[in-house]
Design a protein around this ligand. Structure first.
Ligand SMILES: [Zn+2]
Length: 302
């Protein structure tokens, strides 16, 4: 039983074939947009169809992980990412089940990544944990009783839009003072870039010589505090045994160590058992999570 999976991001679409034991048999990548053009829903659907046609006969189900807000029950994209105009209100399941005659499951990228980590990565063996990803924004997923807790409209776990600074900085969602306006990787790179008058990436900030710079030291310390403040609130709500941190910037061990130390020293005794781990499947988590939901749908239809 092989599963064709896609992990749709703003700049690239990863895809591949996943085998019986969730082994990755093939893994490839294509740009989200056609060369020289901006991405849009039409192009994405066309490119997905092309890959599915190419692999026709070799898969029993399709799993799709995508940025944006997804109605998991219906396999429907409610609100697509700003990077892919026209992607909102797309009936992914309807389109592809109709065309290829196999079960199709769709979920958002952080839920898929959390499922990947739950079964094959940092969350293995845990019945529940939280997963947060730090990038342009802050994404979240709640893994509860060995499944994703999705809420009434599959929109739970949006930790990036918890209000941590009432009346504060404007967020991409239109409200003010959201966690992600302060704790995303972008919040850090924006502050540092503004100071130096040029774009400074997260990777550059963590270069050893830059870590000695007084401004960077201050900005980094403040940013870690922002991250930790959100995690303190979540610790008191969920009392989680594990928090998995994802996003490229979390490959920095120094950062993860600081977050762990700060969090544990600032929460009450009942919350100090929390393990802080970085996501370990890297860019494979989304594809494995997508394979997992596709397998679930396949089993449920038997
Ligand atoms: Zn917001």
């Amino acid at each position: 039983m092989e599963i064709l999976v896609f992990d749709i991001g703003g700049t690239a679409i990863k895809y591949g074939l996943i085998g019986d034991d969730f082994e990755i048999l093939e893994s490839k990548e294509m740009p989200t947009a056609d060369e020289g053009k901006a991405a849009n829903a039409e192009t994405v659907l066309k490119n997905l169809t092309k890959v599915m046609t190419e692999y026709k006969g070799r898969f029993d189900a399709i799993g799709i992980s995508t940025a944006g807000q997804v109605d998991f029950e219906k396999g429907y994209i409610v609100y697509g990412t700003d990077n892919i105009p026209g992607f909102s209100d797309t009936d992914m399941r309807g389109i592809f089940e109709g065309e290829f005659g196999v079960p199709v499951a769709v979920d958002n990228d952080v839920n898929c990544a959390a499922l990947g980590e739950a079964h094959f990565g940092a969350g293995k063996g845990f019945d529940y944990f939280l997963c947060l990803t730090y990038g342009t924004g802050v994404g979240g997923a709640i893994y509860l009783n060995r499944d994703i807790f999705r809420g009434a409209k599959s929109a739970s776990g949006e930790f990036g839009h918890m209000i941590t600074h009432a009346g504060g900085a404007l967020c991409t969602c239109g409200r003010k003072g959201c966690y992600e306006a302060y704790a995303s990787c972008r919040a850090l790179t924006d502050r540092v870039s503004e100071h130096f008058g040029r774009y400074v990436s997260g990777r550059e900030i963590f270069e050893p010589k830059n870590l000695e710079d007084p401004f960077i030291k201050q900005a980094l310390g403040d940013w870690e505090d922002e991250i930790v403040n959100g995690l303190i609130s979540l610790s008191y709500i969920f009392n989680p045994p594990l928090i998995v941190l994802g996003g490229g910037i979390m490959s920095e061990n120094l950062l993860v160590n600081h977050i762990r130390e700060k969090l544990i020293s600032r929460v009450g005794v009942n919350y100090q058992c929390v393990k802080i781990e970085k996501a370990c499947l890297k860019n494979k988590a989304g594809m494995l999570g997508a394979a997992y939901i596709a397998r679930q749908r396949l089993e449920s239809l038997k």
